[in-house]
Design a protein around this ligand. Structure first.
Ligand SMILES: [Cu+2]
Length: 124
C-alpha cells in the first residue's frame, strides 16, 4: 500500500514538473516600433534587451526602426519590454522615451527635429 502511494506521488510530481517546464519553454514574439535612428541606437537598445529579464532574443532593424523581441511570457510582458526601451531613451510604440535619458543621447540618436546640427549624409 505504501509503495503504491509513493508511486502515485512520483507520477504526480513528474507531471507537475513537466507542465511547469513546458510553460517555461513557451516563447512569444513582439514587434515594437522604436525611435531608433542609427546603428548606435541599435546597439544601445539590443544591449538593454540582453540584460532584460525574460528576453531571449532581440533584433532591431534600423531602416524600419522595428525591434523584434522573442521573450518568455511567464517571465516578462510587452509592457515591461516597452518600458525597458523607453528607459534607454527611445520611444516604444505608444510608450514615449524617458525624456531625461533621451536628452543625453548622442545628437545623431535624437529624432531629426531635435538635432542641434544637421548632419545630412552623415553615417556611422
Ligand atoms: Cu543612434
Amino acid at each position: 500500500m505504501k509503495r503504491i502511494k509513493i508511486g502515485m506521488l512520483v507520477i504526480l510530481v513528474s507531471l507537475i514538473g513537466r507542465s511547469l517546464s513546458a510553460q517555461d519553454a513557451k516563447t512569444a514574439e513582439i514587434e515594437i516600433l522604436t525611435s531608433a535612428q542609427c546603428s548606435m541606437c541599435k546597439e544601445t537598445i539590443e544591449k538593454a534587451m540582453a540584460f532584460e529579464k525574460g528576453v531571449i532574443k532581440a533584433e532591431l532593424v534600423v531602416d524600419t526602426k522595428i525591434l523584434m523581441v522573442t521573450y518568455k511570457p511567464a517571465k516578462t510582458s510587452p509592457e515591461v519590454i516597452r518600458k525597458a526601451v523607453s528607459a534607454v531613451g527611445y520611444d516604444a510604440d505608444e510608450v514615449a522615451a524617458n525624456p531625461e535619458v533621451y536628452e543625453k543621447l548622442a545628437d545623431c540618436c535624437k529624432k531629426p527635429e531635435d538635432r542641434k546640427s544637421d548632419h545630412s549624409g552623415h553615417n556611422h
